[in-house]
Design a protein around this ligand. Structure first.
Ligand SMILES: Nc1ncnc2c1ncn2[C@@H]1O[C@H](COP(=O)(O)OP(=O)(O)OP(=O)(O)O)[C@@H](O)[C@H]1O
Length: 339
């Protein structure tokens, strides 16, 4: 378990003090894939670097498996760090070393003998899907393959925790999907806790169990991915959710929708997986004799659930009838928003 308690980080610069993290409190459970999302400058990278003590916090505690690692130094800190792997946006590979040799590097540093190193590297190459590319140099690999090397290298010392700092930000959407699938496989197969730092909502939606949203050094919201999507509270979180649900939820587009559908009311219905299988729309419309047209809809899959958003235009009623429609949807546990 990773416990961050009252973490504050102040950078003292010539232009003044920068508060990169302000009283951050987070608990990340073993085996969890935990996302930290925020826009540029929110303090995500600083926070993740504090977890493995690449960066020292100004105050607060970093407790990993019950031990305050900010109190450790020298050999004890180095040993603890070997159990925390890290991957980076730009891979940080050694260009003069082959795939195999890049993966073996941390084992070499740890003084592991040649045969064990080669055996371990072989297993990891297989795990990340690079069999056959052992002797290639980083310059001969695609971005996705480079990140696979980065992942294999990060796993060489059998870490309990894998920190991913914008690990897919330099990759195209298809490659991002493949790397995220690999991280899910690693989490399930090896039981490794994964902390994902990202500014991409599609990343946390696909892979994370829970997320924290950061803004200006603070955690402004923390919840399961499903809750974040269904009930975003903070304005920043709403922006992230809107960005992903993209066009149909965009404020301007909502205004456009009202122009396109000037009559009746426009409703945004959010429903979870179970409800999506029930014929709720037809039931509600049978109970109330009004017309309904579907404007748009989508279903979003998270790692452990799904939820849907449907925008409908209800027509031909008066104020009271529209209120009845809204109430009936709510009675079926649908979240209703009038656009
Ligand atoms: N070594 C440093 N010295 C001075 N200021 C720093 C340093 N590292 C980060 N900062 C500042 O701390 C704040 C948080 O930066 P951080 O890199 O943690 O944010 P981020 O959310 O990861 O953003 P990005 O994705 O752009 O890196 C920013 O204002 C940044 O300029």
């Amino acid at each position: 378990m990773i416990e961050l308690k009252h973490i504050t980080k102040i950078f003292h610069t010539q232009k003044g003090d920068i508060s990169a993290c302000q009283d951050v409190n987070l608990t990340i459970q073993d085996g969890e894939i935990f996302g930290v999302i925020g826009y540029s400058g929110a303090g995500k990278s600083t926070l993740v670097r504090i977890i493995n003590q690449l960066e020292k916090q100004t105050s607060g505690e970093v407790i990993i498996d019950g031990e305050d690692i900010s109190q450790l130094s020298g050999e004890r800190l180095r040993k603890k760090r070997t159990k925390i792997g890290m991957i980076f946006q730009h891979f940080n590979l050694l260009w003069s070393r082959t795939v195999q040799k890049n993966i073996e590097l941390s084992l070499e540093i740890a003084g592991v003998d040649k045969q064990t190193r080669q055996q371990k590297a072989k297993q990891l190459i297989e795990l990340v899907g690079l069999t056959g590319r052992e002797n290639a140099y980083p310059s001969e690999l695609s971005g996705g393959q480079k990140q696979r090397v980065g992942i294999a290298r990060a796993l060489a010392n059998d870490p309990h925790i894998l920190l991913c700092d914008e690990a897919t930000s330099a990759l195209d959407p298809d490659t991002t999907e493949q790397i995220l699938d690999l991280l899910i496989q690693i989490n399930r197969q090896l039981g490794i806790t994964i902390v994902m730092i990202t500014h991409q909502m599609e990343v946390v939606q696909k892979i994370c169990h829970r997320i924290a949203v950061m803004s200006e050094g603070k955690v402004v919201e923390e919840a399961s991915v499903k809750d974040i999507f269904e009930h975003p509270h903070h304005e920043i979180t709403k922006r992230f959710v809107r960005d992903l649900s993209s066009k149909i939820d965009d404020g301007k587009l909502n205004d456009n929708l009202k122009q396109i559908y000037p009559d009746g009311i426009l409703l945004r219905l959010t429903f979870d997986e179970e409800i999506s299988r029930l014929p709720i729309v037809s039931k509600v419309m049978k109970e109330i004799d009004l017309d309904l047209s579907i404007v748009s809809g989508n279903l979003t899959n998270t790692i452990d659930s799904s939820f849907g958003v449907l925008i409908v235009n209800v027509l031909g009623g008066d104020k009271q009838e529209y209120e009845n429609v809204i109430q009936k949807f709510k009675d079926y546990q649908v979240i209703v928003e009038v656009i």
